[in-house]
Design a protein around this ligand. Structure first.
Ligand code: NAD
Length: 285
C-alpha cells in the first residue's frame, strides 16, 4: 500500500513509519516538523489548513501521485502541553481535514489515533472506572479539552462512515506510548501504586502501537470501529487483581484477572485486528 502517516515525525509516528516500511509499504510522512527517522519520504504539511491536506492527499510532485490509505497520528498528544483550546482547535481541525480530504480524494482506509483518555482518565479514588477491566462498551467520559476532541473525533469518524459507506475507519485508543529508553523508570512505580493509577497502570510499547496500526490498515469490512491498544501487562509487579481490589474496592472485576494482565482490555483488538503485543517492559534490559 502507499500510505500517508500524519504526525510521522512524532514518538508513535516514527515507530509506525519504520514498521510500515519494514513490512513493504510505501510510506510518506506528512508533518509540520521533519523526522529523525530515515525511513519513508517526508512532505511538510500543516494539517490545520484544509487546502494543504487535500493537496497532499491528491499527490505531491516528485513524491507520489495517489494514496491507498491514511494513518492519522498528528496531534498535540496530551492535555497540559498547550492551552486547552489550542489543543482542541489543532486536533479537531486536523482530524476533520484528514477525514474530509480522504473522502474528497477517494481514500477508503483511514486509521487514526484516539486515546485512552476517552475512557474517563484520570482515574483515582474520586473517579473510579465504571468497570474493570475498562473496555469499549461504555460511552466516552472525556475530562479535558484534549479528550473532548478525541471523543468528538470518534463521533466524526462514525458520521464520515455514514456519508461514505465504503470507508473503513479504525480508531485506536492508545495507552501511554513508551519507547525502550522510557522503561528505565518503570521499576520505581512499584513503591507507589498511586503514581500510575490515573490510567490503571497501562502503557503501550511504540513498536506494538505500530503493529496495531499495520493490522488496522488491513481490517476488512466498511464502517467505524474503535479499539483500546495497550500492552498485555501493567507497569507494576504485583498482580492486577490485588491492584484493582486495593485501589477500587467498589468496582469488582467483571471477570477473573490473570497475573499482571492489563486492566485496559485489549480483547476487542485481539478479536477484530488479531493484535497481540510482542513487547513488555519486563523484557527490556
Ligand atoms: N504519547 C502518548 O502517550 C499517547 C497516548 C494516547 C494517544 N496518543 C495519540 O497518538 C498520536 C501520536 O502521539 P505522539 O506521542 O507520537 O505525539 P508527538 O507529539 O510525539 O507527535 C505528534 C506529531 O504531530 C505533528 N503535528 C501536530 N499537529 C500538527 C499539525 N497541525 N500539522 C502537522 N503536523 C502536526 C507534530 O509535529 C508531531 O511530529 C496523537 O494523536 C496522540 O494524541 C498519544
Amino acid at each position: 500500500m502507499r500510505v500517508a502517516v500524519t504526525g510521522g515525525s512524532g514518538k508513535l509516528g516514527r515507530a509506525v513509519v519504520r514498521d510500515l516500511v519494514e513490512h513493504g509499504h510505501d510510506v510518506v510522512n506528512l508533518d509540520r516538523a521533519p523526522s529523525s527517522e530515515p525511513a519513508g519520504a517526508f512532505v511538510r504539511v500543516d494539517l490545520s489548513d484544509y487546502g494543504q491536506v487535500l493537496g497532499a492527499f491528491l499527490g505531491v510532485d516528485d513524491r507520489f501521485d495517489r494514496l491507498d490509505a491514511v494513518v492519522h497520528l498528528a496531534a498535540v498528544p496530551a492535555p497540559g502541553l498547550v492551552p486547552n483550546t489550542a489543543a482542541f482547535e489543532n486536533n479537531i481541525l486536523a482530524t476533520h481535514h484528514v477525514f474530509a480530504a480522504a473522502r474528497a480524494a477517494g481514500i477508503r482506509t483511514v486509521v487514526w489515533a484516539s486515546s485512552e483518555t476517552v475512557l474517563g482518565l484520570p482515574f483515582g479514588p474520586d473517579n473510579p472506572p465504571p468497570c474493570i477491566p475498562v473496555d469499549e462498551e461504555y460511552h466516552p467520559r472525556p475530562n479535558s479539552s484534549y479528550s473532548l476532541a478525541k471523543t468528538l473525533e470518534e463521533e466524526m469518524a462514525a458520521q464520515f462512515c455514514r456519508w461514505q459507506p465504503e470507508l473503513t475507519a479504525t480508531g485506536l485508543r492508545f495507552s501511554n506510548v513508551m519507547e525502550p529508553a522510557d522503561y528505565a523508570e518503570f521499576g520505581s512505580f512499584e513503591a507507589d501504586p498511586g503514581r500510575r493509577i490515573w490510567n490503571l497502570w497501562g502503557y503501550i510499547d511504540a513498536r506494538d502501537g505500530a503493529q496495531a496500526v499495520r493490522l488496522a490498515l488491513s481490517r476488512s469490512g466498511p464502517g467505524v470501529e474503535v479499539c483500546i491498544i495497550a500492552a498485555a501487562d501493567t507497569v507494576m509487579t504485583r498482580p492486577s487483581a490485588e491492584l484493582a481490589a486495593q485501589a477500587f474496592p467498589g468496582v469488582p472485576p467483571t471477570r477473573a484477572l490473570r497475573g499482571r494482565e492489563t486492566l485496559l482490555s485489549i480483547d476487542k483488538a485481539r478479536r477484530i485486528l488479531g493484535f497481540e503485543p510482542a513487547h513488555s517492559w519486563r523484557d527490556e534490559g
